[in-house]
Design a protein around this ligand. Structure first.
Ligand SMILES: [Zn+2]
Length: 141
C-alpha cells in the first residue's frame, strides 16, 4: 500500500487532496481552489499560482524566498459571494505571522480563479488595496 503523504493544506493525503489540481484538474469550487493555492505556495508551484490567478490582478512572477508556511485554517466560504475567509500562518526570519484574508474568486471559462482579497485585520497596515500579503511577500522578498 502506498504511504499517504499529508497535504500542505491540512488534508490527509496530497495525492487525493490538492495534488490532482496541481496536476491539471480544475478545482470544483472556490474553497478547493483556495486550499490548492495555499498548498502551491508551500510547494513553490509558481506555474500553478500564476495559472489560477485572474489576469487582471496577476503578478508577472513570484519569488518564494523567505517565508515558511505553517498552516491554513478556513474560516468561512460563501458560494454566493465567491469568497473564502481564511487564516494562514507563516514565518519569516524566525518571526511568526498570521494572515487573515477574505479572498475573492471568479469562475471563468470553466475554471476558478483567484481575483483579490480583503484583509479584515489590517486596517493599520499600509497595504495597497487589492494586493494580497501573500502576493506582496512573494513579490517583494
Ligand atoms: Zn490539500
Amino acid at each position: 500500500m502506498a504511504k499517504l503523504k499529508p497535504c500542505p493544506c491540512g488534508g490527509p493525503d496530497y495525492a487525493s487532496c490538492c495534488g490532482p489540481f496541481h496536476a491539471s484538474d480544475p478545482a470544483p469550487d472556490a474553497q478547493r481552489l483556495m486550499r490548492s493555492r495555499y498548498s502551491a505556495y508551500v510547494l513553490k508551484h509558481e506555474d500553478y499560482l500564476l495559472a489560477t490567478w485572474h489576469e487582471s490582478t496577476r503578478p508577472t512572477s513570484l519569488d518564494f524566498s523567505g517565508e515558511k508556511w505553517l498552516g491554513l485554517e478556513i474560516k468561512k466560504s460563501s458560494a454566493e459571494s465567491n469568497t473564502v475567509e481564511f487564516v494562514a500562518r507563516y514565518k519569516i526570519g524566525g518571526r511568526a505571522h498570521r494572515m487573515h484574508e477574505i479572498s475573492r474568486f471568479v469562475f471563468e471559462d470553466g475554471r476558478w480563479l483567484y481575483l483579490d482579497g480583503e484583509f479584515p485585520d489590517s486596517s493599520s497596515d499600509a497595504l495597497p488595496p487589492n494586493s494580497s500579503p501573500i502576493a506582496l511577500l512573494a513579490v517583494t522578498l
